[in-house]
Each structure stands twice: as C-alpha cells, then as structure tokens.
Design a protein. Sequence first.
Length: 689
Amino acid sequence: MKFISVELENFRPYQGTQKISFAQDPESNVTVLWGTNGGGKTTLLNAFTWALYSNLSADVEDHDQLINSTVWNKTPEGAPLSASVTIEFEHGSHVYIVKRSVYASKHGSIQPRPKPALQLWRRGRSGNLESVLNPSGHLDQMLPERLSRFFFVNGERIEALVKHDSGDDVRDAVKTLLGLEAMERAVVHLPKVAQKLRRGMKTEDASQRRLDDLLGQLEDAERMLQEQQRRRNAAEKEKKHFNSEIEVLNLKMTQLAEAKELQHNRYRLENQLNRGKAARQQQEEERAKQVGTSGYLAFLPALPGKILAACEELRERGELPAPLKKAFIDDLLERGMCICGTPLAEVSPHRAALERWRARAGLAEVEAAWNQLRGAVESIDERRVEMNDALRGFDARIAEAQEEERRLEHDIDEIGNKLKRLPSEEVVETEEKLEAAKLARDEKVAAIGAAKAEVKRLEGVKDDLKSQIEKLDVKDARSRRIRSRIMAVEEASTALAQILEILSQGVRRRLDARIQELYRLVSLKNFEPELTPDFELKLWDPSGTERVPALKSTGENMLLSLAFVGSLIGEARQAQERGRTFVQGIGGDFPVVMDAVFGNLDDDYRKAVADFLPRLASQVVMLTSKAQAGDIVEQELRSRLGKQYVITAHTTKIDVSNATGTLTLNGNTYPYQVVGSDRTGAELTEVRS
C-alpha cells in the first residue's frame, strides 16, 4: 500500500476542500507536515483511520462532531451539510480511491450522531473508476484494522508497546499478519460444533436417558471450564499489570541515588533466582520423566530371580534350549529317511521314536524369545540400581537448588529491608509500593495456578465423559456418522490449535531477529532487545556479569517500539515477495504515518529517529511541530524529504502570547499560527522546493 493523496472536505478543523499529495520516490520517501500543538496534526492522523475503518482515537474529543464547526455555525437551519475524507492509494497493481462521508441537516448548534457512508473504487486500465462491492471487507484484507495501530502511530503513545500488557496486542498482530484469524476462530468454535453434534445422537431406549445425563454433565463441565479459563485470563492480565508497575518502580529505584547500588544488586540476585528456578524446574521435569519411563523397576525386586529360576529348571529338564529343532525333524519325516540312512516307514519303531522327539522339539521363535527375556531380566537389577542412583542425584540437585533459592530470596528480602531503612522518604515510599505490587502480583500468580489446576481437572472430567459417551451403543447409522464427525471435529480442533501456536512462534522468532537488527542500527547504547515467547517487548542490559533489565529512557522505548513496527513492515514485505503457500496472510509494502514522533526526545535520539524513519518503510508520513523536530531533524531528513506541508492554525482569539507567527522552510516563510483570525481551524499549504 502506498498513499498518493488524501483530501479532506469540511472534516473537523479543515474547512472547505484541502488536499495533500504524498512523496512516493523511494529515495525521497518522507512527507513532513509541520503543525503547532493543537493545530490539526492528530486530526490528520485520525483522518486515515476514520476513512479506512471509521475509527477515531481516544485522544480525539467529541467523536460525533465531524463536520467543521465554522461551516456548521454559518449554515442556516435545515440546510444539508457533509464532511468527508478521500484517500487515493496504490495496492498491488491497482489504484484505489476510498471515500468516507457523513451527512446531516442542521437543527441547532449540536451535530447529530453521524452515519458514515463508505465508497471504494478501483481505477481500471482505461482510467475509469469501478465501484468495489463490500468496501470495508476489501480494505480490511489490504490492511486489517487489527494491524492499523502499528502503521498509524501516535508517537507519544507508542511506548505502550513495551508495557507488560501489550503482549496480547502484539500476538494479535502476528496472527493477523499470518492470516490466522479464521484458524483462531475455528479453535474457539469447533468444540461447540462437537457438542451440538452430540445432541443429535440416539441410542437404544435403555441407554438414551444415560446419554442425555452424560451430555448434560458434559455441558456443565464445559461451562465451568470456560469460567475457569475466564478467571485465569483475567488474573493473567492483572498479573501483567502488576509486573508493569513493578518494572516502573524498579527503574525508579535505579534513578534514586541512595537506592541505585542496592537496586542493581537486587536485579543481579533476582536474575540468579529466576535462572535457578528455571534450572530446578528442568531437573524436576527430568526426574518425572525418569520415573515415568523406569519407575516400574522399583516394583520388580523378586521377579528377575523367579524368571531366572524358571529358565534354569527348563534347562535342567532339557527343554531349553531344545535338543532338536522341530523344523529339522519335520524334514526327516517328510523324506522318510533318518540322517543315518535308516528308512522311516509309516509304522515302525524308528519313526515312532522320531515323532516322540518331535514333541520335545522347540520352536526357534519361542527359544529366541526366552533367550531375549533372560538377557533382559539379567539387567533389571542393574537398571534398578542405576534408576535409584539417578533419582537420588535428581533429589540432591533439586534440594541444593531449593536451598540456593531460599538463600537468594533471603538476600533479596534483606535488600528490601535496607532500602526501607534509608533516610530518603522517596526511597521508602517507592519500596513500600514495590512490596505491595509484588504481593498483589503473587496473589494473581496463585490465582492463575489454582485456575490452571481446575482447568486441568475439568479437562479430565470432560475426557472421561466423552469416553463414556463413545462407549454407548448408538441406535442407527445416522448416529454412527455423527460419532465419526465428532471425532473428526475434535481432531481438527487439536491440530489447528497446534498449528496456530507453531506458526505464531515461527513469525515471533523472525520478528525478534528483525527487531534486534533494526535496533542495533540506531541504538546509542549496547542494549539487547527481545520479543519474548509471551510476545512482550523487552530490553536487556548485558554489560555486567549477568543480563538485567535495561534502564530504558523515553528514547530507548521509542526506538524499541519503532523497531517492532519496522519488523512488522519487513515481515509483510517479505510475505509479498515469497507468496503465501499455507494461509493467506497479509503481504505488501505498507507506509507508516506518525504523529508527534519526536515527542520529548533529546537531540541525540531525535537524530537517531530521523535517521531511522526513512529506512523503516518505503513511505513515511511525519506530523510534527517545529518545537518537537528542531533544526537537527530537518537537517537529517533533508536528503529524504519528498514533500512538506505547513498546517496553519487559525484562532479567533486575540490575546495569545508567545505564538509563533511564521515558519521558514526552504528559504520561504509560511504562516504558522494566525491569531485574531476570522475562523478557528487548520489550513494546509504545500512547501515550495
């Protein structure tokens, strides 16, 4: 997708018809719109999302007031009014025009709730416009709404991507990028399909009441399971919230001079504790695996001796190994002659003797099995000793790890006590808040554990009920077909859930690699970014002996968030180049539109962001104020600037102090803020080259 132009007609502060044409040259791919704070930049950002999705961000006041207020106030009562945003853009090999409009008749000073109308046209080869049916569906296929927040960005809020509770948004973006929404919906709805199919089953009259009772129990178990999953999800969200609060408080501690050293020690100990817990859990898993595969050996102390005694008895009786092979004797009887040349007539003592030996002869398969059993039995005692030694080793290492955990937890608690004894009230207050947040977090962890245990129990109950239902004798061929369909639905649900997770984690790993590459290009510090398996954006400081959470400034948060946006754009671009072979995901080369991208960054980070943005996407639209951008950014972007516009802010107010009246760009002067104007609003002017 590449924007060609956007046209606003009486849309909020933009009176009349005003148009922006965007830079499209790959070497000069940046369009900058200069505007003062409150002058209309955020409205422009929202013009894109409103035209494409009928959405306005939360920081836009009075969502219903879409028609320019000056036009509305000057229009006589009963007269029709309208406002619209029209975007022309390229996608794939086609040019599209999307227009969203609102219409109203004036009755009073307050605008009624708008009813937007959406139109989408595709320009044909002849240049004529062809209307596209289901415009919202087509637009959502080109750039899904769930991804739009990553391409239409408010720079002052982009830092939310690095918060603990952003994992769900990032995970949703990955699924959308892959085109996995349908698969995700199937995983949710297929169990309901299976339950509905079960209701159509019929059994013999004597079993029908039993079937109905089991189905009722299964539905009850499913409802309880969903409730526990809801509780677990709610607790996990709250846990993420407390984790975010804990991270903020920890970082604050590092910025307080009295607490800085103690906090760094606590970081180090907590990192050791987390790694120790992970190692202990791995030992516990390996011990459980050992018990699962070899635990039976503990219950066989006498069996090897009994088996060996039985083998010895058979050997003493001459039955094992067998003195002769049955196949050998059968061959002699068939030829009718012994190996010594004696004829074996049908009725003769010689043949009778050989037939008696035939009864004692052993089968080769039986003898081989006996020999194999004896060999296995002889190793049981040795394997049991090895198992006991292995389990004792696991127990010792686990006990040692638990003791180390207790020591580290004691040392961490002691640091907390030292912090609370410091004379600084701010340190003490922060530590108390930190303890309260950790306590609340631990309560949520306990709630999550309880919910998980209950989910596991209910899943076992469900499996048992399903097994009982499957064992009932069904009444007719139709019910047997239903049973087969149920099995197919449940197998499909399980397979889709596994595929969904495998594909999501695969994209996460690719995004993680891209984020690291992009971040290294512009970061001023040797920090290491990570997109975790839980889809959270982390930044680590590897400078010490152990990796600890980085002390992120606004600049680092901004760069990390922009690196994630760049990784999404790169993944979508590569998807288009390679084509889709499994699922139809989102592919293409998408632009990025950013408001207040420079925020409160210092000059070094402004320079880094200005250098980074043109490489972020093939088309970049930046909305910024002169105060935010500064001369250094204009200098950094000069070689990549394709288009510039000034958003002139008009106000009827007269007593405004310190208003910047003009803006000089490319040697030309443009009105920036017009005080005492005949209207309140915004006006777009293109900057001459």
